[in-house]
Design a protein around this ligand. Structure first.
Ligand code: SF4
Length: 509
């Protein structure tokens, strides 16, 4: 689907694909029309687009998905999410209704269709990415479905041929009492609602919560439950399609025009808050030095406190622990020189010689002082976001990296929290429940609010910090910065702008 003349790769570098693999799928060109605004993305695109369109459309969709994910991390309500997303969707992925007078309807729908499939390729490679992509795409679909014009929505549902059988008037009357009882007394009059029949296995949540009448293996689903059924069907189909795509991916490896673009897209799927802008991380007047890390560590989030405690206990950290903790310290403003002092004095059971041979280079490398390639921007690596810590490289035995809210058992997590001073039974219980619901960010923010309750009250009451400065934390460095500022309000009475976030999705190269 990429137009050859726009390829930026010289011909000799183009894929030299084994002819047997080329035969895997022969794309037959098919002009697609888009009669409905919504799309289940069942037919892959085959028409030509340029490489530039390929990349730009995917980046635009990625911006939308990243914002949607951020809304869910912050626990925004559906109404707040819809209001927040409207200008972003209008800008990056507009999708006018069929009744609108816009002349760009087909182009908008084509961009929506193609960008979905491009990201499907980018996010099919690992289970974590597939799950994440499916979750945000489902959110996007739900948002659009709810905002669709009622008549268009109905036309779209009918176009899906979902194998739902409408319940006729005679049958409605026959089972009137059961239908109304299953609806908890609603509707009062039968003509206020329509029902359709599906195999009961297709609506397990409705069956489980006894919201439907069952008869002869069929569930009688009221029209008002249509949204959850259509959305469930969307997710179901997308999950299956992503599995299929992941199996076909190795064949794509040989196309060196697309592989780097796709790799970039998935690597840079950061939520707007997930990329920490270290240029705005400085804390004027703060003593960020090797000798002060012990004192500063009381402002670290639990993941970093755990690493710090392991380091002090063992005088050592394994590779990923050093990486996660070292980049975090760099992010809080520890200079390269101080970082070398910190690691050298912390690894106090080894000789200078061993330190210089085995560890010194890695510290310098993470600061961009040595090494090229992935380090080519000269600043070294950036601190890990919660998203990265939560989803990549789970710790194995003997490792201390990762996020305790996700990677510790409930008992170990409770012990660690108590060891760092969280004794309140209600907070510990809340954390346990957050963990069970896999809301790790919420658990972390709950502990933050508990640990800074007096200071937060103060800045709220005197109005020095606005809602934006107290939004859900989704980056360990933001946690530290906010904690440090709150604990040093006397040095910083106006509550310096925390602003460690960058509002753009980064497509770093
Ligand atoms: Fe660290 Fe983020 Fe986990 Fe909090 S949620 S402990 S900041 S990784």
């Amino acid at each position: 689907m990429i137009r050859q003349e726009f390829s930026r790769i010289e011909p000799k570098r183009k894929a030299n694909v084994d002819h047997r693999k080329k035969q895997f799928a022969v794309p037959a060109y098919k002009e697609l029309s888009y009669p409905t605004r919504l799309n289940f993305y069942t037919v892959p695109p085959t028409a030509d687009i340029t490489l530039e369109q390929f990349e730009q459309w995917a980046i635009d969709r990625l911006r939308v998905l990243a914002e949607l994910e951020a809304c869910s991390i912050r626990n925004k309500t559906p109404a707040e999410t819809a209001a927040h997303m409207k200008p972003i969707l209008d800008k990056y992925l507009p999708l006018a209704s069929s009744t609108s007078s816009s002349s760009a309807i087909q182009a908008e729908r084509q961009k929506d269709h193609y960008s979905h499939f491009i990201l499907r390729l980018a996010f099919a490679s690992t289970e974590d990415l597939r799950r994440r992509f499916s979750r945000v795409e489902t959110q996007l679909f739900r948002l659009r479905f709810q905002g669709d014009d009622a008549r268009e929505r109905q036309a779209f549902v009918e176009s899906l041929n979902l194998d739902w059988e409408t319940v006729g008037e005679d049958e409605k009357r026959l089972y009137a009492a059961e239908l109304v009882a299953a609806g908890g007394g609603y509707p009062k009059r039968l003509d206020e609602e329509s029902w359709f029949k599906v195999d009961w296995e297709r609506v397990p949540e409705l069956v489980e919560s006894r919201r439907v009448f069952l008869k002869a293996g069929k569930a009688y689903v009221p029209g008002r439950e249509q949204l959850s059924m259509v959305v469930a069907e969307f997710t179901n189909r997308l999950d299956k399609a992503l599995e299929m795509t992941s199996r076909a991916l190795p064949r794509l490896d040989e196309d060196d025009r697309l592989t780097p673009i796709l790799a970039h897209l998935s690597q840079n799927f950061t939520t707007p808050d997930a990329s920490y802008n270290s240029s705005s991380s400085s804390l004027p007047g703060a003593d960020i030095s090797a000798r002060n890390i012990d004192a500063l560590s009381s402002s670290f989030p639990l993941c970093m406190q755990n690493l710090h405690r392991s380091l002090r206990r063992d005088a050592h950290l394994k590779h990923f622990g050093r990486l996660q903790y070292g980049l975090f310290l760099k992010g809080i403003g520890l200079s390269l020189e101080e970082s070398l002092v910190f690691w050298r004095t912390s690894f106090n059971k080894i000789t200078d010689d061993v330190f210089n041979k085995e560890y010194r280079y890695n510290v310098r490398h993470s600061y961009g002082d040595v090494g090229g390639d992935s380090n080519r921007r000269g600043n070294g690596y950036t601190p890990f976001s919660c998203q990265k810590i939560l989803t990549e490289r789970p710790p194995g035995p003997g490792d201390s990296h990762g996020c305790p809210y996700r990677h510790f058992s409930v008992d170990n997590l409770t012990n660690l929290l108590q060891a760092v001073g969280v004794k309140d039974h209600k907070v510990l219980q809340g954390v346990k429940e957050d963990k069970e619901k896999q809301k790790f960010h919420l658990a972390c923010n709950r502990v933050f609010e508990y640990a800074h309750q007096q200071e937060i009250k103060k800045v709220r009451d005197n109005g020095t910090w606005g809602a934006a400065q107290l939004e859900t934390i989704v980056h360990p460095n933001e946690y530290f910065k906010r904690s440090y500022l709150l604990k040093n309000l006397d040095k910083n009475p106006a509550g310096t702008e925390t602003g460690g976030r960058d509002s753009d999705v980064k497509m770093e190269g």
